[in-house]
Structure formats: C-alpha cells, structure tokens
Design a protein around this ligand. Sequence first.
Ligand code: PMP
Length: 349
Amino acid sequence: MSKRIDIDWAHLRYDYIKTDYRYISYYKDGKWDDGHLIEDDRISINVGSTALHYGQECFEGLKAYRTKKGDIQLFRPDENAKRFASSMAGLKMESFPEELFLNAVKEVTRRNKDLGFTPTYQTEWEEDQYLGGHAVYLRPFTYSESAIGLGLSYSPWVVVVATSVGSYFKPGSKAAVTTNKVRATKNGTGWIKCDANYVIPILAKKEAEANGYMEAIFLDAIEQKYVEEGSSCNIFFVMKDGTLVTPALGDTILPGITRKSVIQLAKDANINVVERKITIEEVLADAKESFVTGTAAGISHFSSITHQDKTVQFGSGEIGDVARTLLTELKGIQYGAIEDRHNWMFDID
Ligand code: PMP
C-alpha cells in the first residue's frame, strides 16, 4: 500500500520524481493492447532499439491541475493525443489511438492523485493572484523494439509517466539571447515532437545560461534572419502598435498547444494577433514585449533580447501588460479560477 508523500512545493524544480504508477501499452499482432499500470519505474529495454541508437522516438507533455473546486483536471489532453498521433505518423510508427491516449493519461493521474503528488489550489493562488507553476506533468513517450540497422521502429510501446513539477525556468535572469545553432530546417522534423530535435536546444539553452541568460532563441536555419522559437517553447512579440505577432507554423516550428490557446485568449481580449514571419531586426526595432509559451514554460516573459551586439530591453524588465493579461486568463482557466469558456479542461473520472 502506497504512503502519501509530502512534497516541498516551494523548492520543487522541473525534474523527474518517482510517483507510484505509470502506464504501458504495446503494439502487437497488428493492434495496441489495452495497456496497464506498472509500479516499477524501470523498464526493461532491448539493446538494439532504434529509440536508443538513433533517437527515433517521440513524446508529449501535458499537465494536470488541482482546481479551485478541489478536483483534478487535464488541460486540452485531446490536443496532445492528436499531436502524439501525428508525431508517430511522422516517424512512420503505428499511431496510438486518441481514445487510448486519453484513457491512459486520465488513469495515471487518477491513480497517483491521493498520494500527495498534486499541489493544492492554495499553493498556486492567493487572493486571486497566480503564484505558482506547480502541477503534475504527464510525459507520454514511445519506445520501440530491436532494429539496430537504420530502419523504422517496429512493435512500438507507449509509456505514460507522471511527475510533480515546479517552475520550468530557473529563478534569476529573464534575458534571452539568439543562438546560431540550428534546431530544425526545411523538410526536417522540427514540427514533430521527437527526441532527435532536442539535443541542439539543450546545448543552446545551457550555453545561454552559462552566459547569464534565461533562454536561447532559434532563428531560421537558412538565412539566420527570422525568429522561430525558444528551446522548448513558442515565442510571441507585442509590437509597438499593440499587435501580437508569433511566427507562423511550418516545417520548423512545433505547433504548441499553449501557443494555440494563447492566440485564442488574445483574440477573446480583442488583441490583434498575426501569425507571420518576423525578422530578428524587426524585433529589435519594434517589439515592446516578448514572451514564450509552453506546457512547461507557461507564459514566461523576457526582460530583454540580445542578438549579436544589439539588445532590446522590454520596459522595466517585469512582465508586460499583454503577457500578464494572457497569463492570468490561461492560469485562471487551468486552475479553475475563471470560467472554462472554451471547454479546454477535462475531468479525470
Ligand atoms: N516548441 C517546442 C520545441 C516544444 O518542445 C514545446 C513543448 N512541448 C513547445 C514549443 C510548446 O508546446 P506546448 O504548448 O504544446 O507545450
């Protein structure tokens, strides 16, 4: 029988902590099995797997929130289910059906819920002020059986892991810097949430941090001119005329679910939103706010952006008005502090 654990939410970082249950399902004989929960957090893997050798694997990330009413809800898991299926198809794997995905993430959340892994509403909100960033993070990922030659994955598995998380960015600097490293290029896999895309962002983010920045910003691979995204988040700019601009989706940008939600919330607030190409020079000359969005990043603002020898400062460095409005709306919906007018939240029961 599992014992309830007490998490030190104030000091929790974005790491893996062992929760009690995870889920596993195998694709065998032409179909996915029903899946089941496992208690062990070690899986036995075949040494020949293409996931191990070539990073031929994809994953998802979504969160469960404790709402004001005291229940636990998932934010837009249907969107994660669709993106997971499209990532798997992009890697030529058998896609995991959306219904199985939804059942799996609900089941893992439900089975860990009474054990202290989910923060209380009070940890996150005080007098209607959003404080937190704590949640249960769910990480579905694929695995594959042996194929040491350069071949496609076959007999894939899906594992869903839950971990309790704190805020994604380290406290301290809010400054961002462009990197000349290349995350994704035309006709590549940038639009797929696959392992292979993350080695370069890890290096770029670590390099940015070593130089005192919070985040690295990727430019397009060919001209190094257009802004694409952060290390694992989409990017937005509030221009001096009040327009909210975000790079248009394409081969090289992950279609973020937070990005899609923020665009909707901005439209609801009568903000003019434009999805288009935007050069780093235009950002340096004309942006008055910038922030990144993601399941892990939430909505995180930048105090400045540096590109080569130029820096643009955003106001006093504190969160700007547009980012604050959107953050309060998004977190309000996720934690049940305001009405879920778009039906984004899913019950786990
Ligand atoms: N871009 C990349 C490269 C990411 O890894 C993520 C995180 N999944 C995002 C953007 C944001 O996506 P989402 O809002 O769905 O978390």
